[in-house]
Design a protein around this ligand. Sequence first.
Ligand code: FEO
Ligand code: CA
Ligand code: CA
Ligand code: CA
Length: 652
Amino acid sequence: MPLSRPLDPDELPSNLSANEQFQRVVVRAVSRRGFLKSGLGLSAALFLAGPLHAAGKGGAAAQATATTASLLGFTPLPMSTADTVTVAAGYTATVFAPWGTPLFSTGAGAHWAGDGSEAAAAQARQVGDNHDGLHYFPLAGSEEGLLVMNHEYVTTSGEGRYAWLFGAYDHALERREHADKAIHAHGVSIIHVRRVDGRWQIVLDSRYNRRLTAATPMLLSGPAAGDALLRTRADASGTRVLGTLNNCGNGWTPWNTYLSCEENFNLYFGTAAADDARSAAQKRYGLRPGASVFGWERHHERFDHQREPNESNRFGWIVEIDPFDPESTPKKRTALGRFKHENAAFALAADQRVVIYMGDDQADDYLYKFVSEDAYVDGAGRANADLLDRGRLYVARFSDGGAAGSFMGTGDWLLLDKTANPTLAADTRFATQAEVLIHARLAADAVGATKMDRPEWVAVHPASGEVYATLTNNTARQATDAANPRAHNIYGQILRWREAGGDAAATRFEWDLFVLAGNPAVHTDRADPRAGSANVTAANTFNSPDGLAFDAAGRLWIQTDGKYSNSGDYAHQGNNQMLCADPATGEIRRFLVGPRECEVTGISFTPDQRTLFVNIQHPGEDGDSHWPAGGDALPRSATVIITKDDGGVIGS
Ligand code: FEO
Ligand code: CA
Ligand code: CA
Ligand code: CA
């Protein structure tokens, strides 16, 4: 009996419980490491003949010998609830560039007082708060480079949270000085780093050192630039914006630019107006009536969404930054669409056009991809600089494979184009393609994209081009589908797909689930959907996968931003953590555990794969951490540098 929704008890055959049915299909979907045989013309041999990591270099012989060896060379780490970073045996974690770290030896911000008492002008020249996505750009191989990182938000007050931004200050945002400090703690840091005697150091006063904040001048470029919806009283051109907001995950391009992704920009817009006059689009993007979370609208009118209704349209984009040119102006690339961007994963199509995969992190929102109009030219450097200004934007629809309750299937990329998509051509809410891009969520709603369990990071396998995406959780989900198979999904899952013909620009794909996170230490019946898929064990249990990246050898690194109560459904999971998976076998091992009440996010390696940079965000967000300094010190978000004690490749 074909079942499209195996977890819906109403649709189950009477002789199988929901749990038995779940177990049957999950184990098959996740353990066979295969995809549906859909007749899409994909090369099954490419994906099924052996471990994916062997497909890149070394040829058939290497592949043959690699088929039995695990990619994971370290001993799994137990869970931890300690207020420290723990890492697998044989590795060392070193704290680097915490919030407030000076980038210059003189002038404002040259010293960190230790109590958060720095003024706004000092914060504008120091490392920002709540570190998130990051990337290492080499200047001299694996010894010297530019470490570029996002600062997603600030924790200032309210709802039982520890207000560390102002240290000993009055915590209220009633003073403009406080709002301005918060504004400058946002954005991006570009940090010149160098290894001296084996230790990474900041090159103080380097010409590359730079802070971009929520007040730094930036440009809007691409098809929506200059559109009436992007014009404000301060900018009649609709092309010049002050700042970037809620910079979450990231991406990078082979022409050496950094992509910073604006996520929950809605939190920064509020209004002093008493009545609720929000437009449908403002509601769809989560702008709220009354005061904003951060209260900046009290000091800067542009953040009042009724006084300056178009200002919020100038956020929610992907910002391209050239870290090697300190004079360059960051560009918000409107061709990639406006939504709550998580990260930006780069791939090349068969014809060398640029593909960027992107998630919109909201319950029941979507996965997108951009395909450039023009091809990337290897070695041409800045000649590629504006490739992200012209192209096509697609949103994903995941279909069930049709087999009995399978968690695998096919999918389509639906084109979000005012002219070429008849649905959008007929939709009078969008007058132009610019409006489709500015209101990409509404356009995706209209074309029937699949509502996902909060898309977070996307990562592309370096050899196979297979694409993996974290769906972090969706506690409100009621109606399930094959790709989002659990109602009240508290643990999350990782989905993967391969494009038709192995071409990143294809418009059809096959997908399956790589892992359904769960907790078999609590939900001990393996047939219970909450136990997770077969590659989740009591030893590696985790919830809420978020950050995601491959290393050069094809190890899949998974970072979590979930519940850290270590009780109830989350017992035995401890603090948020980073795990590593072998995509070929599905095996997952815990590698690192963060301090209390943090999230682990952001990941980049040096080219030699022997230094790993990750970020620890918001330790002590509920008041129970003094990491990294300990004692009574303020908790501080920071980068952690991981090295192997024998100098070897991380994870090997
Ligand atoms: Fe900023 Fe969806 O995490
Ligand atoms: Ca995230
Ligand atoms: Ca998250
Ligand atoms: Ca977080």
